[in-house]
Design a protein around this ligand. Sequence first.
Ligand code: IP8
Length: 248
Amino acid sequence: MVKPIIVKFGGSAITYKHKPFSLRKQVLYRLARELRASSAPLLLVHGGGSFAHPLAKRYQKNLVAGFLEIHRAMERLNSKVMEALERARIPAISIPPSSFIRVRRGEIVKSEVSLIKWLLEKRIVPVTYGDIFPDNRGACIVSGDKIVCHLAMRLHARLAIFCMDVDGIYIKEKDKMLLASEFSFDDLSKLVELPTRVADVTGGIREKIQEALRLADTPTHVCFINGLKKGLLSRTLKGERGLGTEIH
Ligand code: IP8
C-alpha cells in the first residue's frame, strides 16, 4: 500500500476557541482546498475546538453524563468539515472513531483499519476525529492527536501534519522565546506552553508534543504548521520543509 499522509485540522485552527460552536469557516474551507496539493493518499483527523472542549470541561467529573452531548458536538463539527471537503471536491468519507478504535484507561488499545486501508487505496479520504469513547472506567476523551499518532504507526504514514493556530512549537532559550524549527525529546524542558483562552481538556501543547515524539523514531515525518497562514499546508503536502516545527 502507498504510504499515506495524515493531516490534523486542529480545533484551534478551524474554530474560534473562545466562542462555543463558532467555526472559522474561511480557514476550514481554504485548508480543505489545500488538501488537493497532495499526490499521496490522505487521511484527515480533526479536533474538537470550541464545539467539544467547553462541553468536555463541563462534564469532566462525569463524562458518561455528557457522552451524548459531547459526541453530538463532534458530529456537528465533523459535518462542517465534510461540507468543506465536498465543496473542495475532495472525495471523503466520515468514520466515527469509536467504530474502529477501542480504548482502555484513556489509551487506544486496538483498532480495525481494514476499511481505512481500502479507502486509502481507492483514493477516498477517510475522515475521523477526537471524541468521547466508552472505556473500562466509564467514558474518556481521546484527542485527535492520539488518533493521528496511532494511525501513523498502524498505517506506516510517510508524513503527519498538524495544522495549528500558531507558527509551530515555541521554546525558551536564554530567557527568549523562539520558534523551534526542529524539536526533539531533549527540548521538552524548554517547551513554552502558550496560554490558551479556553480549557483544553486533552492537555494542550505538552500532551500534543508528547504524542508526536512517539513518532520520532518511526518512518513518519512530523510537521507542525500554522493552519491560519495561507499556503503552508499545500506547500508541506508538496514536500517543502522548514515552514514550522519538525519533530526529530
Ligand atoms: O481537539 C478532543 O480532540 P482534540 C475532542 O484533538 C473532544 O484534543 C471530544 C474534546
